[in-house]
Design a protein around this ligand. Sequence first.
Ligand SMILES: Nc1nc2c(ncn2[C@@H]2O[C@H](COP(=O)(O)OP(=O)(O)OP(=O)(O)O)[C@@H](O)[C@H]2O)c(=O)[nH]1
Length: 511
Amino acid sequence: MPDPVAPDAPRLLAALASGSQAVVDARFWGDGVDRLIAALGKASGASRVWIFQLIELQDEAVVQDYVFEWAAEPRYRQLTQKRFRFFTTFFDDPIYQEMVAARQRGEAHGFVVEAMPAGPLRRNLESQAIQSMVTVPIMVNGTWWGTLGIDDCVRPLDWQGTGLQALRVAAELIASAIYRQQLTSRRRQIELFQRVTDCGIWEVDPQSGATWCSRALLRTLGYPDDYARLPIRRLLAHIAREDRQRLWQRLRRCLCSTSCSWRLDVRLITERGETRWHEIVAEVVRGPSQNVQSLAGLIIDVSQRKQGEERAMVAAEYDELTGTLNRRGLWRHLDETLVDDRAPHHLLLLDIDHFKPVNDRHGHPAGDALLRLLAQRLGGELRAHDGLARLGGEEFVIVVSGLAQPEVLQIAERLRTCIANAPFQLDATPDDSVPLSIPITVSLGIASLPHGTTRRHGHTLAIAQADRALYAAKDGGRNRIVAYWQLPSASDADTSIVDAADRRLSGRESD
Ligand SMILES: Nc1nc2c(ncn2[C@@H]2O[C@H](COP(=O)(O)OP(=O)(O)OP(=O)(O)O)[C@@H](O)[C@H]2O)c(=O)[nH]1
């Protein structure tokens, strides 16, 4: 066996210098690596320089891919050979298994094949006509990413000393190029993700109150991309006042509990002063003693979704013909209004007198137009927070709060007269070629919304009592008001009428 020769160290160091410049200058990191390994190959006089990337480390084998190569002559080329595409090497040789374990620790190996103990590894190298080999692991961010290797198929090269140190530096250079490339591609992914999803990224340090916001979020809020400090209070000032309280509550609840994530819709005030709905998605990172170490997440522009939800809510809770609340909307309005259990609440049931002849004489479209005008006129007489709903047909419900019985009777009287005193002016319809003036009257039944019962029962009872009062008003000649408490048979315990009202409210009774 000829004596091993050492590679020419000064030439290797010069190659390292020119190669490292190439790595720094290259627009695409792979081009720089190609030039570095070519410089190393030429300076060492070796047959081949290669880089394997680690794909998967298994219990019994390692899967790698051949990703870079420089060859002194075409006959030394292996990169294009199919057998090196995602190839698996089994640990059937303990020397190889130990080598893989050492690579994970960042250790290099140099060996002359003829001096190796017999076994699968030596046979493998001999089958490739390799006389000597050196391998240096490429450690990216402390983890074995792949291996830089040099094969000599002509001489036994001895890679100790300066030669090996030069290769270690080369592996470091390659690792930093890979790391830079990983960071760039991660930044690109984040930017793309933000552009596509209209979202920003944020992080809060609960100890110091310091925040970090992604560029997109800073831009949305009107700060420069590289804005240095944005204290949490300043960040929260961009949340609409009505939502800030909810957000604080959620933050406090999360800090006191063991929950790890939450979501909340808030209105965000953008740099242009626009208010846009955003969804905050938060993830809590806790330490070993459950203490909150950081709070981070996304803030996603959901204004389009909110508009859709609002449109759906309007469609679900408002009457298509008149624009007033429908039955479902009335239930929600009652639920919200009756939260204040101390104020008196009253329910007025209003029904057009002899509406059928209007339809019969002028046609359904004229009847519809009249219902629309009636709703407008009633709305004009009511306060913004009074509820106006169409139960169906020509029957409306009005909910008034905070007024005593005499005042409620006055309101009902005002509604009755404002309708009876001025006929409704209708445009010409297919049935009537001239504009119409239709006088109508309405009858009203009034009931108090009872306190101290379950909501559902209270609503139903009030509707039933108002219905009974309305029936009395119709019976008494129409165009009049009757309050349930004025009826001789009035009794809060009268539940026989509730079932009928229940049917009416849940729409089981035909309109
Ligand atoms: N144009 C129109 N008519 C409706 C609508 N819903 C119900 N109606 C009509 O309203 C009329 C209600 O008639 P009735 O229940 O007999 O009551 P009325 O004629 O108003 O008589 P009283 O209530 O007893 O004073 C019927 O002709 C229904 O067809 C609607 O959405 N549009």
